[in-house]
Design a binder for this molecule. Sequence first.
Ligand code: PLP
Length: 336
Amino acid sequence: MVKADGYGLGMEDVVRTLESEDPWGFGVATVEEGLRLRGAGVTIPVIIFNPVPPGSYDSAVAHDLTLTVSDLDSVERVAAAATRTGQVGRFQVEIDTGMGRSGFDWRRVAEWGPGLVDRTSSTSIWEGCYTHFHSADLVDDAPTRTQWENFNAALERLEPEKGSLIHACNAAAAMRYPTFAADAVRPGIFLYGGSIGEGVAPPEEVVRVRARVTLIRDVPQSTTLGYGATYRSSGNERWATLGIGYGDGFPRVLGNRGSALLAGQRLPIIGRISMDMTVVDITGAGGVQVGDVATLIGRDGDGVIPLDEIADLAGTISYEILTGFTARMPRIWMTE
Ligand SMILES: Cc1ncc(COP(=O)(O)O)c(C=O)c1O
């Protein structure tokens, strides 16, 4: 899965990196993302995993992107787009087993199954079926097992043609339920360094978020800091201003809560985070100079601020932290 700009890391670079693993295809959320992949020279299958607006079908079919369908109208749209563009339309059928946001209802195969078969042709090809687990990251395995059973019950009634691609697992399911792997898995977050729940070792660190010290100030007691003056120096203090803020996607909620690795130490972020600046208390931390690099997420020497720790502290999930980084943040790729 490389949607949302490769989980915020930069889709084209992510794809270049993943290509060495020889994936069957790539998963995206929108036709525009699919077009970006085609524009970047991707020739392997690209599946658009979200329902898309009716006006986008022609463009998807014209660029050989596989659509996913959740109702019979969408199946018809694929066929109509194939006729209009003179290209083969490809679609996969999402079966909703509890996620609820999209997909045909697994309980009602008898209602939609026959219509699906009727609307499939040599120019509008039904290529596979899938479902999506809602709780594969939880220790309680009951919901995932139930979804898997219901998916299989639907498939039994549907009888997709041999060779149809059957898939269900996101990263958490791929790691926790290898027997549900079927024909393909759709890992996302684990590839990008996000944990997939208790009991599974966290992935290798992938992302580091860093910013330079742009100013150092020595301040006397009672100096206020930031919007709302939520921090006030309790004595003589030394503050380092970093060139990063919420305008870069560094969560504002980490003001007075987060920390930064600097000069081999973990130092507190003080005051509210501004759009473009974050201030760290470096009082007593020797050796910090303007131009030094602070690490806000990831490893620096022996120190580490895990991505998931930041997500917890910000009251969210690693996905939102990663996809929240804005275009202003340069993405620098390093091999180790
Ligand atoms: C249909 C589908 N499959 C797979 C994934 C990948 O999920 P994850 O990043 O949890 O591995 C997603 C992401 O939400 C998805 O929507």
